[in-house]
Design a protein around this ligand. Structure first.
Ligand code: FAD
Length: 429
């Protein structure tokens, strides 16, 4: 049956844009048969995909693992990233409020210990999506500046209704975020849990240097993270019980900065808020299935997880890598990209992994959100014990980087660490 496109990707965030670029390069599909649909694209595609290489730091940033970096390189997106705005981080320090930041109870991951140049990069979300869109456009993919309004799928075809007209496709990829329309229009079931926390996101200047370190302190009210940025400042993600978070948001900037400094145990000295704060309600959402007839879900459309370990976007990138791998192998054997057999293979690779990660983050959030009493003492001891066991520590770190465990082929590193090292030094802040 003739269709307008082979694949239509709904969503132009980091995941939608990356899967589009990846499919155009490695999916075995002609790029002009791939379309990406998102409302924020402008009709002037060159403007919409211009890398974000100037202006204030984006409030939304992500910690990108080695596996995600490899995937972005394979998608042709890495070369479009504004290199001067990437910040390599070399350490992570994780401690509990009932223990001192520099004591034996602090869990420390270090790149040097893994013989890696860094543990990843802190990257602006806007720049991520723009870089992947630039690669997709460069390869001849089609951008449609509109929203999905209607979707009907059957065994033969998927039909999409958009503000820009109707389209047909063999496969629809739902990468349209936490409030996915693709998922809603097909009534694909989702399990949700409200954490009753808000994450306060802001950029701050600190009196002491961030030392290319990602810091995380577990407080009874929720975890507080400092992510190092290219300009020497930090991005914070302060997850706190709703009522407390609302009080914090109501404070004037200087008072907020003082509370932040106290909550961080003063590890980065005096702090100053730079620009606005944003409060994001936190919830866990996992879909019961990643697929429907001629539909595959990925990224936040498939799973929303607690941001405490900074794994959300990385998980979505691995979905993208898995789908691309399955499609290219299937298409090489003459399969239809929307064939149920291929989609099932994709789901088999990702559903258990994604769900497990989501529950693990919930578990961490529960275990470590303890005050200074006995439960807090145990939580702090757990971090200390993990730190004391070098084998366990390295194994955690290698998994978090995507250097171990089940990693889709397109995200597996082939480059020798020594080569990465020189690249990283140039790219690092
Ligand atoms: C406070 C906080 C901190 C975080 N920190 C990290 C971190 O350090 N590391 C990490 O890995 N992850 C982090 N995450 C998670 C990460 O931000 C998300 O996992 C990631 O942004 C998801 O990307 P996405 O492309 O799936 O969705 P989104 O970025 O939400 O993009 C969705 C896209 O779909 C489009 N869209 C929506 N509806 C429609 C429609 N009807 N039609 C067409 N298009 C549509 C939107 O316009 C957009 O382009 C954090 C999350 C939070 C809340």
């Amino acid at each position: 049956m003739h269709t307008d496109f082979d694949v239509v990707i709904v969503g132009g965030g980091p995941i939608g844009a990356t899967v589009a670029a990846l499919l155009a390069r490695h999916g075995g599909i002609a790029p002009k048969r791939i379309a990406l649909l998102a409302p924020e694209l402008t009709s002037d595609a060159s403007a919409s995909s211009k890398p974000a290489d100037a202006g204030a730091v984006d409030l939304r940033v992500a910690a990108i693992s080695r596996a995600s970096e490899t995937l972005l390189r394979n998608a042709g997106a890495w070369e479009h990233m504004p290199q001067a705005r990437l910040c390599a981080f070399e350490r992570m320090r994780i401690w509990h409020e009932s223990a001192p930041a520099d004591g034996p109870g602090t869990l420390v991951f270090s790149a040097a210990e893994l013989a890696e140049p860094n543990l990843g990069y802190i990257v602006e979300n806007r720049a991520l999506a723009a870089a992947a869109l630039a690669s997709f456009r460069e390869q001849g993919g089609r951008l449609i500046a509109s929203s999905l309004r209607a979707l009907a799928t059957d065994a033969q075809v998927a039909r999409l209704g958009t503000g820009h007209g109707d389209f047909s496709a063999r496969l629809v990829v739902g990468a349209d975020g936490a409030r996915s329309q693709v998922r809603a229009l097909l009534a694909l079931p989702v399990r949700e849990h409200d954490y009753r926390q808000n994450a306060i996101v802001a950029n701050i200047a600190t009196a002491r240097p961030h030392q290319h370190t990602a810091w995380q302190r577990f407080l009874a009210t929720g975890p507080l993270a400092f992510l190092p940025l290219f300009d020497g400042s930090c991005s914070i993600v302060w997850s706190a019980d709703k009522e407390f978070a609302e009080q914090l948001m109501a404070l004037a900037p200087p008072e907020f900065a003082q509370r932040l400094q106290a909550a961080s145990d003063g590890v980065l000295g005096a702090m100053e808020l730079r620009g606005e704060r944003l409060a994001v309600p936190l919830r866990r959402a996992t879909t019961v299935t990643l697929i429907g007839k001629r539909v595959a879900l990925m990224g936040d459309a498939a799973h929303v997880i607690h941001p405490l370990a900074g794994q959300g976007v990385n998980l979505g990138f691995m979905d993208a890598a898995a789908l691309c791998g399955v499609l290219s192998a299937g298409i090489a054997e003459g399969e239809d990209p929307g064939a149920a057999r291929l989609l099932t293979r994709y789901e088999q690779q990702r559903l258990t992994h994604d769900t497990l990660m989501s529950w693990t983050m919930s578990g961490f959030s529960e275990v470590f959100a303890r005050g200074p009493g006995p439960a807090g003492w145990i939580a702090a001891r757990l971090l200390g014990l993990a730190n004391a066991n070098a084998l366990m520590r390295r194994s955690f770190a290698r998994r978090a980087l995507g250097l171990a465990g089940e990693v889709p082929a397109l995200a597996r590193r082939v480059r020798a660490p020594a080569q990465d090292s020189s690249l990283t030094k140039e790219a690092a802040c």
